[in-house]
Design a protein around this ligand. Structure first.
Ligand SMILES: C[S@@+](CC[C@H](N)C(=O)[O-])C[C@H]1O[C@@H](n2cnc3c(N)ncnc32)[C@H](O)[C@@H]1O
Length: 259
């Protein structure tokens, strides 16, 4: 049975709650990664939420569209952003075939798929929606992130016009984090995220017929370490559209830009 949309009540507060989030960082990394693609490439932002990243990229002239499972998030994006172009869909059943040169799935949206079989299916759908020679850029949060910043913690954030109270639990056996969010004293929502190992992600990528170009600590863009809290993932649908040398230059450019 499908779970009710955990973002149904959160959607209209989402942009306010995420006002502190550095979306420019994702936009810049996306821009560097997309450099090898021909101008005019088509971009799909998977799990686009209210379209914050898509909006930044479209304002730079990108041909971006988004998709998200949450009707409420898509409706909120449409309500607030004239640029919002997106559909309601599940990343485990994408309504596109061979349609995009570039796809992103950021802000740990992959962790919201809480079964490994579902994640495997999502990567197979990502591969299906890319043209051969297309690129994928996504990210996941790690167990380190959950243990350091969420598990067993309660906190309150002032978000300008409203206040959010957060409380999070983590099951190490199931690798499942459940975070309850209360807006003021009213709307109460609960979001679940599953933690995956890099081996699991790599096997999903391989089974989907994608080629992994790299896993990176999202802060340094060096190899992930035990202390990494967010991992960036770059993969390509063969033939890989960039030589090894050019890709090494891209890695260096991201690293230089981040430090
Ligand atoms: C943390 S939000 C990130 C949203 C957006 N990427 C951003 O950066 O603001 C996670 C998003 O994943 C979406 N999501 C969760 N499961 C999904 C699925 N199976 N297919 C598509 N979107 C999904 C949620 O609806 C939500 O909008």
């Amino acid at each position: 049975m499908m779970r009710p949309d955990p973002f149904a009540d959160l959607a209209r507060f989402y942009d306010g709650m995420m006002a502190h989030v550095d979306y420019d960082r994702w936009a810049l990394k996306s821009g560097i990664l997309a450099e090898p693609l021909e101008p005019g490439f088509r971009h799909l932002d998977i799990a686009c939420g209210t379209g914050t990243l898509m909006d930044r990229l479209r304002r730079q002239g990108w041909r971006s569209i988004g998709m998200d499972l949450s009707k409420a998030m898509v409706a909120e994006g449409k309500r607030n952003r004239a640029s919002f172009t997106g559909v309601v869909a599940d990343m485990q059943a994408l309504p596109f075939v061979n349609s995009f040169e570039f796809a992103t799935c950021l802000f740990d949206s992959l962790n919201f798929v809480t079964e490994l079989a579902g994640l495997r299916q999502a990567f197979s759908e990502i591969a299906k929606c890319l043209i051969p020679g297309g690129l994928f850029y996504g990210d996941i949060i790690t167990e380190r992130m959950v243990l350091a910043h969420f598990a067993g913690q309660e906190w309150t954030e002032e978000n300008g016009q409203f206040k959010t109270t957060w409380s999070s639990q983590y099951s190490r056996t199931e690798r499942l984090a459940e975070t309850a969010v209360t807006i003021n004293r009213g709307h109460h929502s609960s979001v679940r995220e599953r933690i995956y190992t890099l081996d699991e992600i790599e096997s999903c990528i391989r089974d989907a017929g994608l080629e992994l170009l790299g896993f990176y600590d999202a802060i340094t863009w060096k190899k992930p370490r035990k202390r990494s809290i967010r991992i960036d993932i770059v993969a390509a649908k063969p033939p890989v559209p960039v030589t090894k040398k050019r890709y090494a230059d891209i890695e260096r450019k991201v690293q230089l830009w981040l430090c």
